[in-house]
Design a protein around this ligand. Structure first.
Ligand SMILES: *Cc1c(COP(=O)(O)O)cnc(C)c1O
Ligand code: SF4
Length: 469
């Protein structure tokens, strides 16, 4: 119903007055709406080893798995003369120094711009090069979030009042350099001997037993590792067991699959069918099941992702995205806005953007809390509110996820931010530390000195206590 301001019918707007429609917003060139056309070219054919591979084969999940890149030698055999010997030497040294094992799907490898691999956002996330690496922040640890310390059963972290994190397994179809769980996930590397959280029935049984005894838990995050690596019957077993526990109202299955190997999300694929079955059963029980995936950069969204998402969306499976904010990958408004719009276009809800955790070997990928807050301001208002991610810092020492801008104190000079988490650990203070590379030279020096370091931390905590809101 329209309400006219004037009671005089002569002054009421007339639909056939012939007036031009007034456009308040400037017109937009359709070519600028890049997110509406996920690429469908045969982009992999420029990789020498795959120049003869057709779309059938490239779109085959088993072929992708068989041809995953796991060593520097395999990389050279695949990309051949696309890269210089100096780059290869840099990669070999990078493999040696990284805390994470390397595994890249042919799909991701083909999305890398090999004319400029140093700057490519996909290369930066998955392929370590020694010349990129920066010394770890002095406050970094392997398990910086205390997931092991907050675990009543191995691989089950109970930190929040009503939700838990269940690590079902410790392998993934690709390994990310910035993995929070580098203490456990993937094969041992030269640098790290991993904690074991294998897909093990006995361990799962203990976790389920704990959940049955805890009626306060309503929500389970099934993660790892990556649930893409669970066999369909294992996924069904976990999902159905959770659904059978009356007080568990919802669970989410965390997988990077859709983002890094979408070829498996197809009608008839047993894993996709298992997901569908669980989602339908959950709905019939008036419970909720969702997939949480992990796109980091708009380049990762292609026609393959669009097709995979179409299957899940038609079947009513809710998919949310959790991205990790990384320097030189997605730390610009352009990259983040494009990512959000592309995700929205294929019906994935952007849920979180994490400020990168302070684990070993990721210093060159980390950004400042200030970067996160600036991006947050830019994104809010760019599109629908439900397609606008929340920027969070997973506070060191187990404070849990905090809104990036909700610090009690933040000193951009020392890079220290201090948070509280009243519903998680009442009365405690939690910190995050910006990467050293983004600080001034004298402050970087100060961080290397033990007593100055203690002084900076002490001062920040004291100020936070004083200023607490
Ligand atoms: C992230 C996380 C959860 C889930 O948190 P949400 O904010 O609901 O996504 C649960 N438990 C742990 C230990 C976590 O790290
Ligand atoms: S997929 Fe997840 S668990 Fe696996 S390496 Fe990447 S961040 Fe870590």
């Amino acid at each position: 119903m329209t309400v006219s301001a004037s009671a005089d019918p002569a002054k009421a707007p007339s639909p056939d007055a012939g007036d031009a429609i007034k456009h308040l917003k400037a017109p937009v060139d359709p070519a600028a709406m890049t997110w509406r056309n996920p690429r469908r070219d045969e982009f992999w054919r420029k990789i020498p080893a795959w120049s003869e591979v057709g779309v059938e084969q490239f779109g085959d999940y088993a072929w992708q798995e068989k041809n995953a890149i796991t060593s520097a030698k395999k990389l050279v055999d695949t990309v051949r003369d696309l890269v210089s010997p100096a780059f290869i030497a840099d990669v070999e040294a990078g493999f040696h120094q990284a805390p994470m094992a390397v595994r890249i799907s042919p799909y991701l490898l083909s999305l890398i711009d090999w004319s400029d691999p140093y700057r490519d956002p996909t290369r930066r996330q998955f392929l370590p090069v020694a010349s990129d690496l920066e010394p770890d922040h002095p406050m970094s640890t392997l398990d910086s979030l205390h997931e092991m310390k907050d675990a009543p059963v191995p691989g089950l972290t109970h930190r929040y009042p009503d939700k838990v994190l269940f690590l079902a397994l410790d392998t993934c179809p690709v390994y990310c350099r910035f993995c929070t769980r580098s203490y456990a996930v993937g094969l041992d590397t030269d640098q790290v001997e991993k904690v074991q959280i294998k897909a093990n029935k006995e361990r799962w049984t203990r976790a389920f037993q704990y959940l049955r005894e805890r009626p306060d838990v309503e929500d389970v995050v099934v993660s790892g590792g990556d649930a893409y690596r669970l066999k369909p019957d294992q996924l069904l077993e976990i999902g159905n067991t959770l659904l059978d526990i009356p007080h568990i109202r919802r669970f989410r299955v965390a997988t990077k699959g859709l983002a890094i190997l979408p070829m498996r999300i197809k009608a008839g694929d047993p894993w996709t069918e298992a997901v569908t079955q669980l989602s339908e059963r959950a709905r019939k029980m008036r419970k909720d099941m969702a997939i949480h995936t992990h796109f980091g950069h708009p380049n990762e969204i292609t026609g393959f992702s669009e097709d995979g998402m179409a299957v899940l969306h038609e079947r009513g499976v809710m998919v949310r995205n959790q991205a990790v904010l990384q320097r030189g990958v997605n730390d610009t408004p352009e990259a983040m806005i494009e990512l959000g719009r592309k995700l929205g276009f294929i019906n994935v809800h952007p849920y979180y953007v994490y400020v990168c955790d302070i684990v070993k070997g990721v210093e060159n990928l980390r950004t400042t809390v200030a970067t996160a807050v600036k991006l947050e301001k830019r994104l809010r208002g760019a599109t629908a509110g439900f397609n606008t991610p929340t920027f969070v810092v997973d506070a060191l020492g187990g404070g849990g996820k905090r809104d990036a801008h909700s610090f009690e104190h933040y000193d951009q000079e020392t890079g220290i931010s201090v948070y509280t988490a009243p519903s998680v650990k009442e009365g405690q203070l939690f910190m995050y530390f910006d990467p050293l590379a983004e600080l001034s030279a004298p402050i970087r020096e100060a961080w290397q000195n033990e007593s100055l370091r203690h002084q900076m931390v002490h001062d920040a905590l004291a100020t936070a206590r004083r200023n607490q809101i």
